[in-house]
Write a protein that binds this ligand. Structure first.
Ligand code: IFM
Length: 445
């Protein structure tokens, strides 16, 4: 069961909720550029206004306090703090996060900042982006600046959110900013993101600073027992999970994944000493889990985010799906947590994202999102079971506090436990928010 110190929280990210993209000296990010590209985002939506959190954060923190949240996971927009990605700090940008942090602390809510949730300063992309090693070094410099400013009030830091997405959606499929379709560059990006994590962790780790990273992990199973199906599962597990977990927790890339990726690129970009820095101890690991993956072999090559593995197909597990089309399976979360415990050195775990988009209906008396309540309830039951099996799970952040900009899907999908009317910016807690507040109040289900 959940112990009394379990951290009950909710999560958001800067570009998805803040808006105010040209205010107080913020520079452009790759998402501003990408969102301005014709057909990149459904409905032509952009993060220019989003949930206007930049102006409305005091009300949003009051909302969090009303729900009894103990932690709030948010991200800092690098281009607010270093508008060109390097050099002097933009104090006005930093001050926003100081005010946000102080307001959270005043309400007894633990701030859980993530330093990078995909909004790379555009000038760094113009100099090569994550496929260039220099970006990792700039990231460490930025991390040190933020730590210097907020280190007296923040104890738990997350370097990166979901480097898999940054690397493979951003540079291989082009579905995310910066929209490049260069598989070899994506592989370099993955390494430089990990290196950026390692360098940033070195810059900010200290007596009062706990440093972690958040990965989007999944539970992968083969659709059958044919060798091609088993190989597909090995490959997808390799790309989605082990490519990141192994260097971080074991100090080495998995040999089989390197062999798969050699189809795409060499590894001259991995320098001596990089893996030691990437594998220096993690104080916690953030796990984002949404859905399992059922995969099989395929005879038709497809281009996907799983570069180096074209003969793989994603199969239908026949389960109900969310509005994103993602299969709902809380059992996958339990399997994933048990696997982390069994296969890797012990490290405190936090679910830093879990949640679901559904087609919410606003009725005269609120948003009755029973599907979301059921989703969250099921996944929290898996968390409780995992703890019962000895998994060192220390906290859970629902994704998301607010409805927000869902990247290339725009504002269509709604993940919030709080509904946002984008025309008026009015916030309405959904039934799931009230349900979650009660879970927190009782300390469990
Ligand atoms: O909205 C995203 C978030 O930014 C990263 N993790 C997955 C969420 C839902 O797609």
């Amino acid at each position: 069961m959940f112990d009394p110190g379990f951290l009950w929280g909710a999560a958001t990210s800067s570009y998805q909720i803040e808006g105010a993209v040209a205010e107080d000296g913020r520079g452009p990010s790759i998402w501003d550029t990408f969102a301005a590209t014709p057909d990149a985002i459904q409905g032509g939506d952009t993060g220019a206004v989003a949930a206007d959190h930049y102006h409305r954060f005091p009300g949003d923190v009051a909302l969090m306090a009303g729900l009894g949240l103990r932690g709030y996971r948010f991200s800092l927009a690098w281009p607010r703090i270093q508008p060109t990605g390097s050099g002097a700090v933009n104090q006005r940008g930093l001050d926003f996060y100081r005010r946000l942090t102080d307001t959270l602390l005043d309400q007894g809510i633990q701030p859980w900042p993530t330093l990078y949730h995909w909004d790379l300063p555009q000038p760094l992309e113009d100099r090569g982006g994550w496929p260039a090693r220099d970006t990792a070094e700039r990231f460490a410099e930025y991390a040190a600046l933020v730590h210097e400013a907020l280190g007296d009030r923040v104890t738990h830091w997350t370097t990166l959110n979901e480097p898999w997405c940054s690397a493979f959606l951003g540079y291989a499929t082009g579905r995310h900013a910066p929209g490049r379709r260069e598989p070899a560059a994506a592989v370099r990006a993955a390494h430089h993101l990990l290196l950026g994590h390692g360098l940033a962790a070195e810059a900010i780790r200290g007596d009062d600073s706990h440093v972690g990273i958040t990965l989007n992990l999944t539970h992968v199973t083969p659709v059958g027992t044919e060798p091609a199906d088993l190989d597909a599962a090995r490959r997808i597990d390799g790309m989605q999970n082990r490519l990141f977990l192994d260097p971080l927790l074991r100090g080495a890339y998995p040999d089989d994944v390197l062999a798969d990726l050699r189809e795409v690129t060499g590894f001259g970009h991995v320098h001596d000493g990089d893996l030691k820095r990437i594998g220096a101890s993690l104080d916690h690991l953030g796990v984002n889990y949404y859905a399992p993956m059922l995969v099989g072999g395929s005879s038709t090559p497809t281009q996907s985010a799983y570069v180096g593995s074209p003969l793989v197909r994603v199969a239908d597990g026949g389960r109900p799906r969310t509005a994103m089309g993602w299969e709902i399976d809380e059992r996958g979360l339990l399997e994933l947590l048990l696997r982390l415990k069994d296969d890797y050195p012990a490290v405190p775990l936090y679910i830093t994202e879990n949640g679901a988009a559904f087609d919410d209906v606003v009725e005269h008396d609120g948003v009755h999102d029973a599907h979301r309540v059921a989703y969250l309830d099921g996944h929290l039951r898996s968390c409780a079971q995992a703890i019962g099996h000895g998994v060192p799970l220390k906290g859970y952040f629902v994704w998301s506090l607010l409805d927000n900009f869902e990247w290339s899907f725009g504002y269509g999908p709604r993940f919030g436990i709080v509904h946002v009317d984008y025309a008026t910016q009015h916030r309405t807690p959904k039934d799931s928010a009230r349900w979650y507040a009660e879970v927190i109040r009782r300390g469990g289900l």
